[in-house]
Structures are given as C-alpha cells and as structure tokens.
Design a protein around this ligand. Structure first.
Ligand code: GRF
Length: 202
C-alpha cells in the first residue's frame, strides 16, 4: 500500500466525524490524504466544511435514480478519484451489494452504539429505551448487512440516569471523534487480518 492512502469520505449531514478525520490527517497522525468528500445531500453542512478546507468535494443528489444506478455513479466517482479507502461518516443511504463488492474490505463505518446492539437509525434512542447502562460507538468494516460487518474498534460510554437522547448522543459523539481516527490509523499502519467475523490485530 502506498505511504499515504487516498480516502473517500461519504457523508449526509453535519460532518463532525469527517472533521475529526480531517484534523487527524492534517496533524499527520493518520497517514492519508482526503481525496474526495461526497454527499448525497447538496446542502450537507459537512460538504461545506470540506469546501472550506479546500478538499475536493462532490454533491451527488439521487435525482430519482434507483439505488443501483446511483451507487454505480458513486463508485465511478470514487474510482476516478483513485480512492483506496472509503469512510462512511454519517452517510444515510444503504449501500447496494454491488457497491460494497466494488471495494471489498475497503469500506469503514462508524455507528453510535456498541454493535451488534442497536443497529440502524436512532441508536442512541434505542439504547435509552432499552435501559442499557453502557453504550458507545463502533467502527466496523462494511459488508452487505446493515451495521453488521467485522468490528475494528469500539469505545464504551456510560449512560447516565438523567440522559436524554441529546445528552447521550453528545457523549457518544465525543468518543466517536477519538475512535474513528484511531481506527483509521490502525488499518493504515497496523498489522491486522480478518478471520470470519473477527478482526485480529497483531
Ligand atoms: C454519528 O453519530 C455517526 O455515528 C452516525 O451518524 C452520525 C454522524 O454525525 N453514523 P456527523 O455527521 O459525523 O457529525
């Protein structure tokens, strides 16, 4: 692998995890360059933050395309940018199997729970409603299942008695901003392999 991996970031909203990754890249702790930031939402705040950092951005609204043709266009844009790794950072579309297969083992996601608990939307609300005392965040490889790929790294975060969805989400988000760059650094510099569901770090 080249010394500086080319990252493609996919986001749909605020983009705070993108910023955490971009800060780590700028600080030199993640040996990569952000080669493209893509959003399905033209107005995504994260896209504007990427523009302000003078990173290459692409707004790719669905425009009525079906999932297959949308993901084909997305994959082509990422290939054109010679992307090595894809980081989902609050990307709110399900990826088609064809897209996942186009970048095998090269897509990471961050999810605001300790997977396999509470996959899908509103993970923090699910955690509160379930009454767990500990939740957290997970960085995992993306496969064709929803939030189901091999787990690379996790951080546990306490659930406090007075928590609302907003206070719990904020506590988890702070942990996400540390975990995603660390996990990225691990995959880019560490020795690891995937055996079945397990990511073995040497
Ligand atoms: C984060 O909580 C992330 O775990 C989830 O979506 C949220 C994105 O936040 N997948 P941001 O856009 O990175 O600020």
């Amino acid at each position: 692998m080249s010394a500086r991996a080319r990252l493609g970031i996919l986001l749909s909203g605020r983009g705070s995890n993108f910023e955490a990754i971009a800060d780590a890249v700028a600080a030199g702790s993640v040996p990569a360059e952000i080669a493209l930031v893509v959003s399905n939402r033209t107005q995504a705040a994260g896209l504007e933050k990427a523009r302000q950092r003078q990173l290459p951005v692409l707004a790719l609204p669905p425009l009525g395309r079906d999932r297959e043709s949308y993901d084909a266009a997305l994959a082509q844009a990422l290939r054109d940018a010679r992307i090595d790794w894809i980081c989902l950072a609050g990307y709110m579309r399900l990826l088609t199997p064809a897209f996942v297969n186009a970048f095998p083992g090269r897509i990471l996601n961050i999810h605001p729970s300790l997977l396999p608990a509470f996959p899908g939307l509103d993970a923090q609300r699910q955690a509160l409603e379930h009454g767990v005392k500990v939740s957290g965040c997970t960085v995992h490889f993306v496969d064709a299942t929803l939030d189901g790929g091999p787990i690379l790294a996790q951080t546990a975060v306490p659930v406090e008695p007075a928590d609302t969805e907003a206070t719990l989400a904020a506590r988890i988000l702070a942990a996400e901003h540390r975990l995603y760059p660390e996990a990225l650094r691990l995959v880019l510099t560490g020795r690891w392999r995937i055996e079945g569901r397990r990511v073995i770090v040497a």
